[in-house]
Design a binder for this molecule. Sequence first.
Ligand SMILES: Cc1cc2nc3c(=O)[nH]c(=O)nc-3n(C[C@H](O)[C@H](O)[C@H](O)COP(=O)(O)O)c2cc1C
Length: 339
Amino acid sequence: MPSSTDSFSSAGTKENRCPAAASGPFSIGTITLGNRLVLAPLAGYSNLAFRLICLQCGAGLAVSEMISSHGLAYGQKKTLNLLQTCADENVFVAQLFGAEPSIMAEAATVLNSHKVDIVDINMGCPVKKVTKRGAGAALMADITRASEIIDAVISATSKPVTVKLRVGVHNDQITVFDLAHQADKLGAAAITVHGRTWKQGFSGLADWDIIRRVKRSVSIPVIGNGDITSYHQAATALSEWGCDAVMIGRAAIGNPWVFSPSGTPPESAAITATALHHLDLISRFHGHLTHSPGLIKNQISRYFKGFAGASTWRRRINESSTINDLRTLLTNHAEHYKF
Ligand SMILES: Cc1cc2nc3c(=O)[nH]c(=O)nc-3n(C[C@H](O)[C@H](O)[C@H](O)COP(=O)(O)O)c2cc1C
């Protein structure tokens, strides 16, 4: 069982130690990154607009949301749209999910003709729609198939291939050591370990002691993931748990400053300006999302979560019926809703 001493829920006392640890360069295969903080793949959030925001706020790398290998192999337009990147995104990591080695290899071949720098394989998604087909976290229970997938993807591309793992299936079936060893042996450039089991989903605590032990057991870089909510916790994870980089997911939604040593700005104007910039990037790169304003409003309202008086502000955001209304609200009325 993960114990609280091996997790970050109780790591407040470790804050402010060694923040510089997060700033050193770090390499994945032939690609050198400016720092060791990585935005996690987040389905429904980590599109190009949000990745750019996080990179601008200090992330060294940002991973795409998961992309269906079937969708790519069959050339589905909606899936291909997820490969959108731009010059400001120096390194683009596309994350694939799927259960069939041959289809995963075909999808990796499709990526060869796109501007993709690193291919990541999803072995962590616990969502039923994904696991019932044997993909995502279900691969933590099938080391043979998972190894075939890693091998097939590496054989289909010359780009660095990384693998995102959980620690296992459940507490009595911790498979990450075997899978990490396989990834290392087959030529993966790095692995990410989310310190929860498949059965845990997002409940309980991430077990950072297992992440530390995995790091010691392989020769490739290990990116630790789970429950990091501040830059200083990330720095602690790097210095005390020994991983090579740290991935941050939920804590970055509405708070891209989690990647910066100075953290969330205290002034509402700075937060609103970033929300507006995010909205502009969504309009510029994801015009199709304007048909689903709910998705956009969800992303933008997250900037105002947890602040005194923010519920009124969030209600106003949710009442906007178009993106233009939302932009006008952010532009003209931010000053009235200081928090
Ligand atoms: C809304 C949401 C979407 C996610 N989408 C993905 C995904 O597409 N691929 C993936 O490997 N993990 C996905 N995850 C898992 C995260 O990448 C990360 O491993 C997990 O949230 C633990 O990190 P955190 O505690 O920093 O959030 C998702 C998590 C959330 C909350």
